[in-house]
Write a protein that binds this ligand. Sequence first.
Ligand code: FEO
Length: 399
Amino acid sequence: MLNITAICPGIRYVGVNDRTTEKFESMWPLPYGVSYNSYLVDGSDKTALIDTVELGSLPDFLQNLRQAGTHKIDYLVINHMEPDHSGSIPEIVKAFPELKIIGNRQTIGMVGGFYKITDPSRFIEIKEGACIDLGGLSLTFYMTPMVHWPETMMTYVKERGVLFSGDAFGTFGALNGGVTDLEMDTDWYWNEMYRYYSNIVGKYGVSVQRALSKLKGIDLQYICSTHGPVWHDHVGKVMDIYDRLSRYEAEDGVVIIYGSMYGNTGVIAEALGRELAARGVRRIKIHNATRSSMSDMLADTFRYKGLVVGGPTYSMHLFPAIEQFMIAIETRELKNRIFGSFGSFSWASAVAGGMQHYTTKMKMNSVGHIEMKHSADETILTAVASLADKIVAGLNAES
Ligand code: FEO
């Protein structure tokens, strides 16, 4: 028996763990693996399967369905078409030839595009608020575009207060025996949630806010995301984390992201960390951008209010790892940060202009910039202390 778990009467988990793939979307490290969650909803008349799994996990998925005793699936609900959930659709359609695919107009177009399944008789197209009766249990559909793709939607079983939420409220990290949060110590999943949100969903804060407002007032006993634990005890906490992250609201603390070829620019990062600590800042994360993963840097950046970024001039551009980071936060439309920067040069500087390029696009005001020629001296260290003062003043003003 793999991960088949009864969540509540009529609803079972049949998803799979992936502890083999090294990088999600070929980019984001998976040190603790990832789960692709799928669920069976058994009404007295009909059975619905909610989402499938990534193609590489198809054998485990089929085994789960067999062991769950699933001889007939009437409906396959596709909440999200990214291939980590849709990859097994063609094989599931072959294994259960009678099933109808339920999705919205965009979903149906994508099933045709990705998997060449185009026979209209295979589909049931639904719209916002549509309801399908399974006998004693029913499925109601909420359109939640751009959480995380345009076709994304959520499916709600009102008789049980169960929401199949797609990627929303998901985390990296495979399931380690327990499936619901009732069955596990959830501590280590929280950072995996920050990492998942900031890496994958981070750009779509406005869409997440729209989705959250649709969910206001509905009874939520269980949130069944496509990745990570099924939430029951922590429904309020995960809604709160997604609400704050999607409003770009952050906690007290400062992240310093730096690049340094020979250590001279790194001196500023270390000195700034020390000055901030001396002023009482207790949560400080310093990342060397050429060593730390983009995934961890984004997670900390979404988590903390203060952000300081610096690096040397490189061929009259920002240092490449720093430029990549600035592109990543601009892509995610990061807002509401106390931002500072620093740069170095040997004969001509491009850092101040490079930083300004991004802060202007992001409409983010900088509290200060330090420019260093060659290496640090007393003047630079005084400027670092002054930047620390400004950052702490910003943190205090917002707390
Ligand atoms: Fe888990 Fe957007 O796919």
